[in-house]
Structures are given as structure tokens and as C-alpha cells.
Design a protein around this ligand. Structure first.
Ligand code: F0G
Length: 451
């Protein structure tokens, strides 16, 4: 069961290659599409490669009490379902995963939904869901003997890559769009020792430059076109299923940027189903920011068959992506699971983020699109009150403190954007006040509130 059994299967033409044969940009030599990791024998009902569901559930739970570093990772705890390394001793881990699943009470009440949860992937070591994918793909880079790794990023991938590279003793190169990423993320890449290049371009431009670089130099590409990233990013599906005692929620709602994460989670649930660990799949819906909504447009116009890139603009900089690489994979996940793809406005994102804040749950603006999207789905009658819904929160609130402060100060959004949302925004804003350093002045502030 621990043998490295995987092959790479092209998502477009179905061609199969060995892991070592992938080109530096992870595109299929036949058709140019992306690869998925595939494991021999899992689809068959019998066969010596097929894991035993009951034994796995027991083993994974036991590992939660283990003091072994690999067992303490919420990714490698499930290593039987990601046999991508020849030797698990090569795994580079920062104890990622095992993130909390919080019950949302206020939002559930407001929306008339009984069971509403947030799986907070911002509670990972570098503050975003990228850690689960990075531990997997960077371990492959180390096993294959690369000295350099690289990514183009809106910030979180670069923070995660730089941290894991530092742990492994590898050098890392980061390409980010100048002025378009949150300071928290840039500071992380610097602190973890990455060579950080701010390009006078957007995320899509950074991807174009890096794709050329990896073709010309022995640098391992760690963007989410790298199929091993998705093997790590599928593991929150296992954690969610485990948390619900191997039933699955009715609906999982995920933010969409470069569109890899939604399909990684879909792959995770699909493998659980194929292996007999769960009996069904959740619906998976993807929510984009209105200014960076190529997939939402594609679903509205042609049911996700074709996608036109857009010039992306949103303050949710993590998902400011106009030409998402993995859109076909995401479209398949949405269609296979009966989910939807919607977009939400800048004001809807800001309000949803502040509402999550009132429940004691901070997150990045890109994560808050999930609650904003759920409100729309509920209003459209696509989510019933009796359903169990999980929102995937992808990033920690401190990644982008400027956004939050600007919201509370009333300097985040323009009048054209707040139109129609003024009362809910005013009710959520909590600006800090400057007062004299006396008890009387502070108490006067409190009296002012109640009055
Ligand atoms: N949420 C956050 C906080 C992100 O950082 C990203 C992507 C997404 C959602 C979207 O996930 O791309 O799989 O659809 N951030 C990337 C980066 C692009 O470079 O950090 P996706």
C-alpha cells in the first residue's frame, strides 16, 4: 500500500505518463492540457492495491495520538491516499492541516440554515490552505533532487512555498504582481528567504514569465498546474468527511481564483467514494469576485463549456486572476457534483467578511466570497434550510489587515459600490476611536455607545 503507484493522466486527452516524464510546465505534450495524479487499482472493486476502508478510518484516527512528525500532519496522516513519494521520509512538513471546523451560529440563523460550518484553512502554518498542497509538491521536488523551486502568486502560494523551501533547505523564486498583493503575504516570502521579484504585471503576466523560465532552467514549478499540489489540497475533504463521521455535508462552497482548489476537493471526495469510505459526494459550488469572474461568466453563458479570460480587478487580491489555469477541472467538479458557479460584488464580499468577524472568525476577503455566495444561493432557492453546508475559508484575516481597517474606517469602497448596502455596512463598521487617557474619557465612549 505504501509503494509509489501513481501515474499522471492528462485531463484533456487522457494520455498517461510516469511522474518523472512530466515537462517542466506540467502541460501535456500531446494536447497542452493539465495532468491529474491517478493511482492504479483504486477504481476496481477488488484488487491488491485497493485499501480497506474500515482499517484506514481506524489508522487515521489512531495517528492523531501519535508523536511521529508525519502523523501529526493533517496531510500525511492520510498518506495511504497520496502515495506520491518513493520514500515518505522525504516529506517536508510544518504540521499543516488538522484545521478547525467551526459551527456558524449567527449566519445560520440569519439564513435559516440548520447546519452551517466553516472549515478554516487559514489556520494552517503560513495562514492559508496553500500549505496542504505545498507540503505535497515540495516534497516531490526534494525527492527528485531539485535545488530551486518557483511560483507565480497572488501572495499565499509564495508565502507557503518560501516557508516549505526554507524547511527543506531549497532556494525559492517568487514572482508577484507589483502593488497587487497584501503586505502580510509579501512579508512572509521575504522572511522565509525567497528571492522575490515584483513584476510590473498582473498574476497572469507572472505566470507567463515563469512558464518560460522553468523551460530554460532546472527550477521546479510549484504553481497549482503542478498536479502534486492538488494531492495535498484534496486532504481537507478527508478531514471534513471524518469530522462528519464519514457522512458528507450536502454542500461545500469554495472561493475560485486560479481554480485548482475546488477540483482538488472534488478529487478528494471522489476518491473517498470510489474507495467505499463515503456513500456520496457533496455539491461543490465555486464563488468568484465579480471583477475576476471568468468561470462564473462561462457558466452563465455556456454552462462552463468555454471560458474567455477577463482583465481582473478586485480588492480580494488573492483571487485577482483573469485567466485561471485549472478552469476545466473546476467546471467538471461543479457539473459532476451538481454545484453552481456565481460571482459576488465588492460590497457583498466586504459585508460577508465583517459578518464572519462578528462570529469571532476572521478571514481574508477572498475567503468571505463563500458566505456572500451562500446568501445568493439561498435567496435563489438553491440551498434548502435543512441542508448541511460547509464554507471553505482559505486565508487568515491577518494576511490583509489593511482591507479590514479600511472597511471599518469607511475608506474601502466607493459610493458606487456601497449603493444599496449602506445600512448593513454602517451596522457592521467598528472604527477605533482616539480618546484621552483617562477612565472618564473611555467610560464616556461606552456611554455614547449605549445612548
Ligand atoms: N483563497 C485564497 C486566500 C487564495 O490565496 C487563493 C489563491 C484562492 C482562494 C483561490 O484558490 O486559485 O485554487 O482557485 N491564491 C493563489 C496564490 C492564486 O498565488 O496564492 P484557487
Amino acid at each position: 500500500m505504501n509503494e509509489n503507484l501513481h501515474t499522471l493522466r492528462c485531463f484533456g486527452c487522457g494520455a498517461r505518463i510516469a511522474g518523472q516524464e512530466a515537462s517542466p510546465d506540467f502541460r501535456c505534450a500531446q494536447c497542452g492540457d493539465l495532468f491529474e495524479v491517478e493511482y492504479a487499482g483504486w477504481g476496481q472493486r477488488q484488487g491488491h492495491n485497493r485499501p480497506n476502508p474500515g482499517a484506514l478510518k481506524w489508522l487515521w484516527r489512531e495517528r492523531r495520538c501519535s508523536s511521529e512528525a508525519l502523523d501529526q500532519s493533517g496531510v500525511w496522516r492520510f498518506r495511504e491516499l497520496l502515495p506520491i513519494l518513493d520514500n515518505f521520509g522525504n516529506a517536508v512538513s510544518l504540521h499543516e492541516g488538522n484545521t478547525p471546523l467551526y459551527k456558524l451560529q449567527r449566519a445560520a440563523k440569519a439564513l435559516g440554515i440548520d447546519q452551517l460550518f466553516a472549515k478554516h484553512q487559514g489556520m494552517n502554518p503560513t495562514g492559508s490552505f496553500k500549505d496542504t498542497g505545498m507540503t505535497a509538491a515540495l516534497s516531490v521536488a526534494r525527492e527528485r533532487g531539485f535545488a530551486w523551486v518557483a511560483c507565480a502568486s497572488t501572495g499565499n502560494t509564495s508565502a507557503a512555498m518560501a516557508a516549505y523551501a526554507a524547511r527543506a533547505g531549497l532556494r525559492s523564486l517568487v514572482l508577484i504582481p507589483e502593488g497587487k498583493i497584501a503586505w502580510g503575504k509579501l512579508s512572509q516570502a521575504m522572511d522565509y528567504g525567497a528571492v522575490t521579484c515584483q513584476l510590473k504585471s498582473d498574476f497572469d503576466g507572472c505566470v507567463r514569465v515563469l512558464t518560460q523560465i522553468v523551460k530554460e532552467s532546472p527550477i521546479y514549478l510549484l504553481n497549482s498546474v503542478n498536479p502534486y499540489r492538488l494531492e495535498g489540497q484534496k486532504t481537507p475533504a478527508f478531514e471534513i468527511a471524518e469530522a462528519f463521521d464519514w457522512t458528507v455535508p450536502d454542500h461545500l462552497i469554495v472561493p475560485g481564483g486560479n481554480l485548482a482548489n475546488s477540483s482538488a476537493l472534488g478529487k478528494g471526495f471522489k476518491e473517498l467514494l470510489e474507495l467505499g469510505l463515503v456513500a456520496r459526494m457533496p455539491r461543490i459550488s465555486v464563488i468568484q469576485a465579480r471583477g475576476a469572474n471568468p468561470l462564473a461568466r462561462s457558466f452563465a453563458e455556456n454552462n462552463g463549456e468555454r471560458m474567455e479570460p477577463v482583465e481582473a480587478h478586485t480588492r480580494a487580491t488573492a483571487i485577482r486572476i483573469g485567466n485561471p489555469a485549472s478552469w476545466r477541472k473546476a467546471a467538471r467538479t461543479i457539473k459532476e457534483t451538481g454545484g453552481w458557479c456565481l460571482d459576488v460584488s465588492e460590497a457583498e464580499i466586504a459585508v460577508a467578511k465583517a459578518e464572519l468577524g462578528t462570529e469571532g472568525l476572521g478571514c481574508e476577503p477572498a475567503s468571505a466570497v463563500t458566505l456572500a455566495g451562500l446568501k445568493k444561493l439561498r435567496a435563489q432557492g438553491k440551498v434548502a434550510g435543512g441542508e448541511t453546508v460547509v464554507l471553505l475559508l482559505t486565508g487568515h484575516t491577518l494576511k490583509d489587515a489593511d482591507y479590514t481597517i479600511n472597511f471599518h474606517r469607511g475608506t474601502l469602497l466607493g459610493d458606487d459600490e456601497t449603493a444599496g448596502h449602506e445600512p448593513e455596512i454602517a451596522a457592521l463598521q467598528r472604527n477605533a476611536v482616539v480618546v484621552d487617557a483617562t477612565p472618564a474619557a473611555v467610560l464616556a465612549t461606552l456611554n455614547g455607545l449605549s445612548g
